[in-house]
Design a binder for this molecule. Sequence first.
Ligand code: SF4
Length: 329
Amino acid sequence: MKKNSYDFELERIKKVVKERGARRVGLQLPNGLKTVATDIAAEISKETGVEVIISGNSCYGACDIDEKLEKVVDLLFHFGHSETFSQAKTFPKKGVFFIELRSGVDIKPVVEKAVAKIEGKVVGLTATVQHAHALNEAKISLARYGKKALIGKSRLKYDGQVLGCDFSSAMVPCDEILFIGSGGFHPSGLALYTGKRVIAADPFTLQINVYEAEELRKKRYIAIARALNARSVGIIIGMKSGQFNLNDAILLRVKAIEKGLNAYLIAMDEIRADKLLGFAVDAFVNTACPRLVEDFVHFEKPVISAKEFEVVLGERRWEDIFELLLVVG
Ligand code: SF4
């Protein structure tokens, strides 16, 4: 099965199901691909006889495994992300398999289109896991236009690969960054955390978008400035295991109280604006996914990350909030 030329690896899935003698399996797909979930379920079920349960919950990142579903199935197939090194050691034993959805789309047309937007001589080449295998080809295309491209080593599975909270592969000596992939989540994070101009090239739509670091950083500075006046804070603990930072939350509460603030710990599975509305605090500190705070720039109360809260507490310099991240263990 192919959609947007993604490889759903159905043959591999069926093989694993048979080898493991599974009787019930779970499927977890990102929202944009839930439309094909029933087709995948039908095919696996028809060819292996296994019972399939599709997760209706979120599937935002490698950190976001549907653990409740995992408990009631023999195997769980998580689509759209690659496992981190620590997950790779334990997850197959637990029966959790990552299907990366490698894309077969030709990236040359969009790379050639992106050249017009590249201002510097050297670009850092990055991609989501779906396109990381095509980065060498992109490098060759760029060389034809006189642009030198560097593909950085990553803490993730592939060189040049980025995750919403890991941009280690972009730390190469370059003038700007070319990102191959869809959506604004990764390129905006790249700009925010590297401080560089990012050209985002979508191989499916052939759209090119440019992200300027300063514009994005200003929004974070404004959120921190708003939180400086808070007398009370709700410190959010994300209850998804890949985002569960209880000790950090407890420590931040202790520090907040030492600074004379009222601080409360709030545990949540899904962190959404409507769930925060009822709490009588002046600001929120999110210790779960560090990128989530960017969704709350228009929320009536400031929502800041743990590092940003350290600025509020006077323990971190404003310019140090964009240190590279790696949240998923
Ligand atoms: S912590 Fe956030 S950015 Fe990192 S993988 Fe999870 S959802 Fe993505």
